[in-house]
Design a protein around this ligand. Sequence first.
Ligand code: SF4
Length: 270
Amino acid sequence: MVLFGAGLFAPPLIHSMRQHGLNPVCIMDNATSKHGQSIHQVPILSPAEGHRLHSQLPVVISAAPKYIEEIRGQLVRMGWTRILDGLRWMSEFEYEQDTFAVGLDSLHNEIDRYVDEYVSIYHRDRLFIPSIDVIITEKCSLRCRDCSNLMQYYTNPRNMDADEVFLALDELMGFVDHVLEFRVLGGETFVNPSAWQFVERLRTYSHFTRIAVYSNGTIVPKGRNLQCLQHDNVYLRVTDYGPLSRRTEEMTALFRSQGIAYDVLRVDGW
Ligand code: SF4
């Protein structure tokens, strides 16, 4: 098979197809800067070169779902007749069977994102929300001058009451078919000793993919705030502000020892 699209979704699609015993022979892409490079040993070619070498093979579109129809049109004009999208392989990816050592959490997120974006585009009768921010505290352990959550303007910051938040969220979720990601954040999430209540109540919804819990790397969660992170559909995202996020290493070491999924987003300017 031949792929079209050497972007974010090509690596997970190659992994997924290899699990099914399929080895793409090349990836076609319109970006000339990518030609001559490779992804997981699969060479990237121009569409013209891919067609010259492999026009007898089926093409699988590995680009983001929102570009599928545009690319399908290009492929038809070039003369390709067997054109598929990547949904089948992406949705059947078996995480426990894979053998690559790094980037599993990020790969997991990309595959979820692909499938959810696909569903939102091809099932327009469904109400799909990519993410919902669940603010659980107005307090923060840092005082960033340009905080986009406007923490610097709270004169009497407080932790949010879970019953109050879920009164509104329960009503919203009654109208929604699927949420890709709940983002639990503040302020600093772990300033709130009851952060776990929000995570556990979010987990009772049946129609979401995952919960991302945000932290600025200053407070190491413990007790129930740590336990609530130990679920397959929960992961921790640490925003790393350099020396200000002074406990990032301590946190990530703890998460590794506890099998908690996490990633660290380095922020160089704020
Ligand atoms: S750490 Fe995040 S939430 Fe806290 S003040 Fe800075 S930008 Fe705002």
